[in-house]
Design a protein around this ligand. Structure first.
Ligand SMILES: Nc1nc2c(ncn2[C@@H]2O[C@H](COP(=O)(O)OP(=O)(O)OP(=O)(O)O)[C@@H](O)[C@H]2O)c(=O)[nH]1
Length: 350
């Protein structure tokens, strides 16, 4: 059955890869905002040119070119992290310079500029930047406008910032909660299959860049059906949770644990060769066999495979799966290693 799952998994992985090729939400936001910003400011630049307001027209022209540059950059490279910061910096610079040149008349630009900061950056960073912006603008206008006018601006600016912060912070929290739900197995807290798919793709891409060894351990509880049948499904669930705890305590923080199927788990160890991975797998096997879980003696069978250059994530997983099945065939509570295809490095079961 697992082989069918692996086949299905292959399709899922390529589907996922196609999805990755599509644009992220951050890209869409930055592409839209930069294009919209460039078009709106272009209108102002043309109006100012017609009125002979050369200095402001030049400033607007600079903003249009820079925003269009950001649009092109994000459209073709997908680089949103750096470009978001550049965009925010540009908006704040143009805002302050416009107010310096034209005075309080231009303060209305503060509001869209503040919203852009909360759209693009983390809520606390956005709060700091917008607070600074209010401080700079108030200092600039201190001697130019009446106290009442200044007070009105500061209060409305603080209200806009407060609302935007609450909204951005709540949205971020909800996103994180949804992300956790989407990638965690609800019973054990280990990563779920979707997270494993992502990790396999990412690991293979990472390997292509750095060529550091990495290994995968696939482990399956032995005769788990028997525990379910004898002690009930709830007790079976408790065993799964306890086994997950034992694995989590043994693996490093940089290792990744996933629950692949019912009683099947996968550990992916970055920067780890086959020998080290086998030592870890053997520790997991003996830790679990030595523990008494709900008055039962639970054992696992394991397959270990080091990633080989050129194979896909699912082929790597498939090799570990075959090794695990050999371990089952060898009487369970056993560990088998996937053979390398490379003749020089041929390894045998242990
Ligand atoms: N309690 C519990 N049982 C589960 C869960 N998911 C799958 N199972 C059970 O896991 C058992 C898997 O049984 P089999 O595939 O026959 O494997 P096995 O009994 O472990 O035998 P071997 O793998 O050959 O050692 C089935 O009884 C499933 O009902 C779960 O989330 N909770």
């Amino acid at each position: 059955m697992l082989h069918l799952l692996v086949l299905f998994f292959e399709q899922e992985v390529s589907k996922n890869y196609m999805q990755k090729m599509q644009r992220s939400t951050e890209e869409w936001i930055l592409i839209s905002i930069s294009l919209l910003g460039a078009l709106i400011i272009l209108t102002f630049a043309l109006l100012r040119l017609l009125r002979g307001d050369w200095l402001l027209a030049a400033l607007d022209g600079f903003a249009v070119v820079a925003m269009f540059g950001i649009f092109i950059r994000v459209y073709f490279s997908g680089n949103t992290v750096l470009m978001s910061h550049v965009f925010v910096g540009l908006c704040q610079l143009v805002l302050v310079m416009t107010v310096m040149l034209k005075g309080a008349d231009q303060l209305f630009w503060f509001y869209p500029a503040a919203l852009v900061v909360f759209f693009l950056l983390r809520p606390w960073l956005a709060l700091a930047i917008v607070s600074l912006s209010i401080l700079v603008l108030s200092t600039l206008l201190w001697s130019q406008i009446t106290m009442l006018h200044l007070f009105g601006f500061v209060l409305s600016a603080l209200a806009t910032m407060g609302f935007a912060f609450i909204f951005a912070w709540r949205t971020k929290e909800q996103q994180l909660r949804l992300l956790r739900l989407a990638i965690k197995d609800p019973l054990t807290g280990a990563g779920n299959r979707r997270a494993l798919e992502e990790k396999l793709l990412e690991a293979v891409h990472h390997f292509q860049r750095v060529h550091l060894p990495m290994s995968l351990i696939l482990l399956d509880l032995d005769n788990f059906k028997h525990f379910n049948d004898s002690y009930g499904h709830d007790e079976g669930d408790r065993i799964l949770i306890a086994v997950t705890d034992i694995i989590q305590r043994r693996i490093r923080r940089s290792d990744h644990l996933y629950r692949f199927g019912g009683e099947e788990f996968v550990v992916i160890t970055d920067n780890t060769g086959l020998r080290e991975a086998c030592l870890l797998a053997e520790e997991l096997r003996s830790d679990i066999a030595g523990a008494t879980i709900s008055d039962c003696q639970v054992t696992i069978s394991l397959g270990v495979a080091q990633y080989q250059d050129g194979e896909t994530g699912y082929q790597w997983l498939g090799r570990a799966d075959q090794a695990m099945y050999r371990a089952k065939g060898n009487g369970r509570n056993h560990l088998c290693i996937s053979e390398f295809h490379d003749d020089q490095l041929a390894l045998t079961d242990r």
